[in-house]
Design a protein around this ligand. Sequence first.
Ligand SMILES: Nc1ncnc2c1ncn2[C@@H]1O[C@H](COP(=O)(O)OP(=O)(O)OP(=O)(O)O)[C@@H](O)[C@H]1O
Ligand SMILES: [Mg+2]
Length: 274
Amino acid sequence: MSPGEGIALADVSGPAAEGPYYVPSGDEIAIFERCHARELAVMLKGPTGCGKTRFVEYMAWRLRRPLVTIACHDDLTASDLVGRFLIRHDGTVWQDGPLTRAVREGAICYLDEVVEARQDTVVVLHPLTDHRRVLPIDRTGETIVAAPGFQLVVSYNPGYQRMLKDLKPSTRQRFVALEFDFPPPEREAAIVAHEGGVDEPLAHALVALAARLRGLHDRGLAEVPSTRLLVAAARLVASGTDVRAACRAAIVAPLSDDASLAAAMRDLVDATFV
Ligand SMILES: Nc1ncnc2c1ncn2[C@@H]1O[C@H](COP(=O)(O)OP(=O)(O)OP(=O)(O)O)[C@@H](O)[C@H]1O
Ligand SMILES: [Mg+2]
């Protein structure tokens, strides 16, 4: 992956009147707002596809802050975050990385799947998360004090099997952690109806199917269907696909390659949509 790939700068300074669609599950909005006001960094923990990214997009809109999103991966270096000297025909120029831009602008900086990043990359975040709120740039000798409004947010999926990959306690203990999970059925159905463009009864049926499939976790299904997969199935149905075919393609097939688990899931699909 080339440097800078997977890094996006979204400016929400001129947002749509309503902002991103986000259905809260509990008091996460209020807690996040208090963390923002108190300059506390936040960690979002939860399974894939349960609304973490959407929540950050919504909060950035709500707090009227720009949002800088960085997808972490194991090739991500400290320079990818902080910046580097570029060699040009007339000499070298310094170019800020996305973290430095966020620190200067007072943006919300969202590091997605932070556990994928190398330890020596993650330590760059440490001085930003304590009372100093600074970003030292070794290469230039500069120390940047974070502009008001700057906030660090990281996400992390604790469910994956990562024997060797985990955040160091010295990193974890710098964040207030908000735990995410799939929303309660009524709310998940509202999300599926809105995002998938289907009516409420079908959205409820998809959520009921998800509850049954999530029950297969105990029978060896490592990854259970996320809200994202339900939305995908709903979209297929909304565009004219038969509901059982949509569930097989958008829910069953992505979840497992195991023939017997897939058969058990298809049976549950057929039992839900007779
Ligand atoms: N609470 C919610 N409100 C609105 N939409 C939601 C909510 N939860 C999930 N969704 C829907 O599910 C999709 C996936 O959510 P999102 O991308 O935020 O997941 P995530 O937790 O960031 O997953 P990952 O860990 O894989 O990055 C969203 O695009 C949205 O359509
Ligand atoms: Mg995400």
